[in-house]
Design a protein around this ligand. Structure first.
Ligand code: C5P
Length: 237
């Protein structure tokens, strides 16, 4: 299959294929944090994230949530539907951590009364700021798109919190992205992996996600492998 590099991101390359409307997402071993001010890489990261994302997208599809995922084609590559991406990062939180702890002055680990959804403007130059609906309307987004983003975030959370819970992991928070296919259907896109989720071991509280890299906690490779083992090794719910 012919491949033309369409886009190279921090942790992924995206290729066009001969097949119309189909892309290949190749997960890299590189990691960046703090708007690419911190960089690193480790062997097996791309393989772990590709397999974790594939398993989660397949699970969400079985739960009736539309995603861009078609199939995994090799260890580090997923075949996806080509989408027009909305410039939005949807963050959903169950437990205070990271920027929410700074925003509200909450200690990390404080449970939230109810899930919190945040919409952020996907714009590296501006540092992906959290905006409200008025700002997004100014940027040209419609209420239908904003409502879909919030609703999708909550549906994904409602599906994934028990999915991870059964695997001994607390889904503290996560980020998703949304795009439209050629027919205008909106769906879940990008990836769901320890790069984009905070996952804490329910028994020990150990962080099994990218915070190990961001905060130099060590054991980052082992943490991703542990999430991979729990996500792909468990029963198929
Ligand atoms: O940094 P913050 O606390 O806002 O991150 C919330 C969640 O969104 C975390 O799980 C983080 O990994 C994810 N995130 C992301 N990409 C970003 C910003 C946040 O995957 N650009």
């Amino acid at each position: 299959m012919g491949r033309t590099l369409l886009y190279e991101g921090k942790a992924k390359q995206i290729f066009e294929t001969d097949e119309a409307g189909v892309l290949l997402h190749r997960y890299k071993d590189e990691a960046t944090a703090f708007n690419a001010r911190k960089r690193g890489s480790w062997a097996g990261k791309g393989r772990a994230n590709a397999a974790i994302s594939a398993a989660i997208f397949a699970y969400l599809e079985r739960r009736g949530i539309p995603t861009h995922f078609i199939e995994q084609v090799d260890e580090v590559t997923l075949k996806t539907r080509r989408l027009q991406m909305l410039p939005v990062e949807v963050v959903v939180r169950n437990v205070a951590a990271g920027s929410l702890s700074r925003l509200l002055g909450y200690e990390e680990g404080r449970p939230l009364r109810a899930p919190i959804v945040e919409l952020c403007y996907k714009n590296d130059a501006l540092g992906d700021p959290m905006l409200n609906w008025y700002h997004f309307r100014e940027l040209g987004l419609t209420d239908e798109e904003l409502g879909f983003c919030e609703g999708l975030g909550l549906r994904v959370n409602a599906a994934l919190r028990p999915f991870f819970g059964e695997r001994g992991l607390e889904l503290v928070d996560f980020k998703i992205e949304v795009g439209r296919d050629a027919e205008g259907r909106m769906m879940l896109a990008d990836e769901i992996s320890p790069d984009t989720c905070r996952l804490w071991d329910k028994k020990t509280g150990e962080r099994l996600d990218k915070d190990r890299f961001r905060r130099d906690l060590g054991g980052v490779e082992e943490a991703y492998e542990e999430v991979l083992r729990r996500v792909t090794g468990g029963e198929d719910s």
